[in-house]
Design a protein around this ligand. Structure first.
Ligand SMILES: C[S@@+](CC[C@H](N)C(=O)[O-])C[C@H]1O[C@@H](n2cnc3c(N)ncnc32)[C@H](O)[C@@H]1O
Length: 446
């Protein structure tokens, strides 16, 4: 049977793919991905993308819904590609995500993975304290010729088409309020990314990344934008990112308690460009969990890799006498260092290091001398460092690996296993409710 683009097909959803799409099979045997579906459901779909080995379909009708299907609470969920789980109960989302993560980690690592402990989010909505909106100026659609208005929002799934989002349900109310307040002033700025992050309980730091690069001279539209928000108490500062240098307006420091789970000194502040976990409530759960593992290990010296501005470091148990934090962002290292000095804390050393090149090139060429290595790499994982930790003959007896990507974690656990490292425990934490993402903590010993 030949299937053409835009054909309708009835499919049964077999399972969920990494990323949350349902997987079914077309009548010609080709695998088809359908977002917004659940295992066991029978759906009529329109095939909107057809490749040799797979297809994508969109729901025309849910013919046999799963018992866990619910009406979405988010008015944008049919169009917006930001979230993947508004069509089911939170309990079912958590079950599907954690089963998929455990399966991916086991399959890719090819080692024995213990049953995961699952920590659910205290709040599944309005949790984001950092968000990146995209703005696309009003334009004529090349295909249809229709006039598209100025939009600020998120992309559709698998697309660069923007969906205008007035109120994102997983973003905190303050950030949504600021997005709405900025809209008229931003209209003349043109295509850009708009990063909003809470700077204090009542104010927001705005970073604009315009599509058009400029050097030192701000275009008039951006100057007007900055002046127009000058009197807005909800905005603490604005940074406009330029090719060679940024233009800064107002105060761009952020209260440290908006970025770190535990702040060593009252009223401390950090640079606004430092990495931050986007779910503050769940970040506290994550940090307490990690530091609990460190305390239980009995370690007195910790090498922390990808340490950011000290989210875990400043929460280390008193029993840890020496903490060395390595991180590629000079700004984050400077923030962490300044905070340690301000608080008069002696046990910390922070240093800049590009860990893609491995520990060999850092001021701490190996992990020897440390009881425990804690690592929290970006989504791409920590290939080189894990190979070094596998190859090292002496050194730490415990690794605590924090990961936001189960597939990458699986790959790195496979590498570590070649050096005799065994996974003692796995914890899965729902840092990103309503989306397909999940955070994991693996504790390894040898
Ligand atoms: C997932 S974040 C974790 C940060 C910190 N643990 C926290 O909880 O805030 C990953 C960190 O790795 C840093 N990073 C990214 N690539 C790196 C590299 N090649 N070498 C060292 N650090 C890197 C980022 O700047 C970021 O701070």
């Amino acid at each position: 049977m030949t299937i053409e683009l835009n054909d309708s097909q009835r499919v049964t959803i077999d399972r969920l793919a990494h990323g949350g799409d349902g997987i079914g099979y077309l009548d010609d045997g080709r695998i088809v991905f359908v977002s917004g579906t659940l295992p066991g459901e029978v759906v009529d779909i329109e095939v909107f993308e057809l490749k040799k080995s797979f297809a994508r379909g969109r729901i025309e009708e849910v013919v046999e819904p799963a018992p866990q299907r619910v009406a979405s609470q988010c008015p944008y969920s049919d169009e917006c590609g930001g979230c993947q789980f508004w069509h089911t109960t939170y309990e079912n989302e958590l079950r599907l995500k954690t089963e998929a993560a455990w399966e991916a980690i086991s399959r890719i690592s090819k080692v024995e993975i213990p049953q995961a402990r699952v920590l659910e989010a205290p709040a599944a909505i309005r949790y984001r304290s950092r968000v990146v909106f995209h703005q696309k100026r009003a334009h004529r659609d090349k295909r249809t010729g229709a006039l598209e208005p100025n939009k600020i929002g998120f992309y559709r799934a698998q697309s660069k088409q923007l969906v205008d989002i007035d109120d994102c349900m997983i973003t905190n109310s303050l950030l949504n309020q600021v997005r709405r307040a900025l809209e008229p002033a931003l209209r003349d700025v043109g295509d850009c990314d708009i990063i909003l992050e809470t700077a204090s309980a009542t104010s927001v730091m705005v970073t604009l990344v315009p599509e058009t690069n400029y050097r030192t001279n701000l275009p008039r539209s951006l100057k007007a934008f900055m002046q127009s928000v000058d009197q807005n108490p909800m905005i603490r500062g604005i940074r406009v990112v330029g090719k060679n240098e940024d233009v800064i307006y107002g105060d761009i420091a952020v209260d440290a308690d908006q970025i770190l789970a535990h702040v060593p000194v009252h009223a401390a502040r950090l640079g606004s460009g430092d990495f931050r976990q986007s779910n503050q409530a769940m970040n506290r759960v994550l940090v307490d969990e990690v530091t609990g593992h460190i305390k239980a290990s009995g370690a007195t010296s910790v090498l922390e890799l990808y340490c950011g501005s000290g989210n875990f470091a400043f929460a280390m148990p008193e029993s840890v006498e020496q903490i060395v934090g390595l991180e590629v962002s000079a700004a984050a290292v400077e923030s962490a260092d300044a905070l340690a000095r301000l608080a008069g804390l002696q046990r910390y050393t922070f240093a800049k290091a590009n860990l893609d090149k491995g520990l060999v090139k850092t001021p701490w060429p190996g992990a020897e001398g440390f009881d425990l290595v804690l690592l929290d790499p970006p989504r791409t994982g920590a290939t080189t460092v894990c190979q070094e930790l596998a190859d090292a003959e002496d050194g730490p007896s415990t690794i605590v690996y924090v990961s936001c990507d189960p597939a990458c974690l699986g790959r790195d656990l496979k590498t570590l296993a070649t050096g005799g490292w065994k996974v003692d425990s796995l914890t899965l934490l729902d840092m990103f409710s309503r989306t397909s993402h999940i955070e994991s903590i693996a504790v390894l010993t040898r």
